[in-house]
Design a binder for this molecule. Structure first.
Ligand SMILES: Cc1ncc(COP(=O)(O)O)c(C=O)c1O
Length: 387
C-alpha cells in the first residue's frame, strides 16, 4: 500500500517546494509557500504591468472584501464580515479605536500569556484613559480561567483573548470568556492567529465580538494579510477613530471633514489595500478550504500526539497540554539551551523554532509525514545528547 493511500493529504506535498529540501516543522511561524502563491503574485504583476490604473476598478479596489470572503468559511463566519489589514496589531488598533476608555468602564483585561504585541498596543491606550489588567497565570502553559472570568466586570471594555496560546498551544475556553464578558457588557477580541487553518473555528457561533489574525502561519498565506472580523449586528454602531478614505461610503467623492462611514466590512478599512499580499494569501486559503480544517485537525492531533509520546520517551518535558481538546497545532519541548539546540537543528535541516522560557516548538501541518516527526525527534535527541 502506498503512503498516499494511507494519508491522502500527502498528495499536497508537491505543491510546497520547500518540503523537498528540509524537514519543515515550523508552520506555527511561517507556513510553507504553495506554488500557487507564485502564480497569483505573477498575476498581480501582470495586471499591474498590462492594465495599469484600470486594475483598481477591475478587482483591486475590492480585493479586501473578496479575500475576506474567501477566508470566511475557515473562520466560521458569513461573507461580508472581514476586512483585511497589514497585521494583527493594526486590526486590534482599529478595534480599540472604536471604543472610549472613560471610567468607570475603562479596563482592558487580558492574561499575562497573551502575545506581547497585544500588550504593547493596549499599554499605549493608557494615554486615552485605559487601565490594563493582567491576569496572572499559574505557569507558562495554561491560563487561570476562573481568575480571568473574575477579573471581567462592569469596568471592562475589552478582553483580548488568544484562542490558542502562542507559547504552549493551549486552547483557551473562549465560550466561557465571551459569555462572562457579554453578561457584564464587555466585548471580546478573539486572536485566532495560532488556530486558523489548524483548529476548526466557529467564530460566529461563539458570538465573538471581534476576531483578528494573520495568514503567515497555518494558512500558508505569507505576510501582509491580517484579517479583522466584526460581529455583523455590532458593526453599524462602531466608528473607528483609526480610519482612512477607503472606509468612506463614497471614497471617490473625496469629501472633506468628518467621514461618512461605509457599511462593514469597508468601514474598518484604512487606506489603499495591500494588493500583492492579498493575492499571495489566496493560494493558502484556497488549499486550506479545499482540504478542510476538520481533516487538517484530525491529522494534526495524530502527529502532535506522536511528537509528545516520542519526546516523553526520550525524557524531555513537554510544555504543551496533552489532552486533545486543550492542544493546538504545536508541541513545545523543554530542552536545556533551547536557542543553541534550535540553531543546530536548523543547521541539520530540521526547521523549527524556540521561545524563551518554553522550549523548542515543533508544528506538523497537513503536508508533513509521520517519518518527518520520527526524524526530527531523532535529530533532537542526538543534538541534546551531544551537548
Ligand atoms: C497569537 C498571536 N497573536 C499575534 C501575533 C502577532 O501578529 P502580527 O505580527 O500580525 O501583529 C502573533 C505572532 O506570532 C501570534 O502568535
Amino acid at each position: 500500500m502506498s503512503v498516499m493511500s494511507v494519508d491522502p493529504l500527502l498528495a499536497w506535498r508537491g505543491e510546497f517546494p520547500i518540503l523537498d529540501t528540509c524537514t519543515y516543522l515550523v508552520s506555527h511561524s511561517l507556513g510553507a509557500m504553495p506554488r500557487r502563491a507564485s502564480t497569483y503574485l505573477q498575476q498581480f504583476a501582470d495586471e499591474w504591468s498590462s492594465r495599469g490604473v484600470r486594475a483598481w476598478y477591475e478587482g483591486w479596489w475590492e480585493v479586501g472584501r473578496t479575500t475576506g470572503d474567501l477566508l470566511a468559511p475557515v473562520l466560521g463566519v458569513r461573507p461580508g464580515t472581514i476586512s483585511m489589514h497589514q497585521n494583527v496589531t493594526v486590526a486590534m488598533a482599529i478595534i480599540a479605536s472604536c471604543h472610549s476608555f472613560e471610567p468607570p468602564r475603562n479596563r482592558i483585561v487580558m492574561t499575562d500569556l497573551e502575545f506581547p504585541s497585544n500588550m504593547y498596543l493596549f499599554e499605549g491606550f493608557r494615554r486615552y484613559g485605559a487601565e490594563i489588567v493582567y491576569v496572572k497565570s499559574p505557569d507558562t502553559m495554561r491560563t487561570d480561567l476562573q481568575a480571568l472570568l473574575d477579573a471581567i466586570d462592569e469596568r471592562t471594555v475589552l478582553v483580548p483573548l488568544s484562542y490558542v496560546l502562542f507559547k504552549s498551544a493551549y486552547i483557551q475556553d473562549a465560550a466561557a470568556v465571551i459569555e462572562k464578558a457579554h453578561r457584564v457588557g464587555a466585548r471580546v477580541i478573539l486572536d485566532v492567529y495560532q488556530a486558523a487553518g489548524t483548529v476548526p473555528l466557529e467564530i460566529e457561533r461563539l458570538a465573538a465580538d471581534f476576531a483578528v489574525g494573520g495568514s503567515v502561519k497555518w494558512l500558508c498565506g505569507g505576510p501582509g494579510a491580517g484579517y479583522l472580523y466584526v460581529r455583523p449586528d455590532l458593526a453599524p454602531a462602531l466608528e473607528p477613530g483609526i480610519v482612512g478614505w477607503a472606509a468612506h461610503a463614497e471614497p471617490f467623492e473625496f469629501a472633506r471633514g468628518a467621514i461618512a462611514y461605509a457599511d462593514a466590512p469597508e468601514r474598518f478599512q484604512s487606506g489603499t489595500p495591500n494588493v500583492p499580499s492579498l493575492y499571495s494569501a489566496r493560494a493558502g486559503y484556497e488549499i486550506v478550504r479545499e482540504i478542510g480544517v476538520t481533516a487538517i485537525r484530525e491529522k494534526s492531533l495524530r502527529l502532535t500526539r506522536r511528537l509528545i509520546d516520542l519526546a516523553k520517551a526520550s525524557g524531555f518535558r513537554v510544555n504543551t497540554p496533552e489532552a486533545d481538546d486543550e492542544r493546538g497545532g504545536s508541541v513545545i519541548i523543554d530542552v536545556p539551551g533551547a536557542q543553541a539546540v534550535a540553531d543546530e537543528l536548523i543547521r541539520r535541516e530540521v526547521i523549527i523554532d524556540h521561545r524563551p522560557g518554553a522550549g523548542i516548538r515543533m508544528a506538523p501541518h497537513f503536508y508533513n509525514t509521520a517519518e518527518e516527526i520520527e526524524h526530527a525527534m531523532k535529530v533532537l535527541v542526538e543534538v541534546v545528547s551531544a551537548r
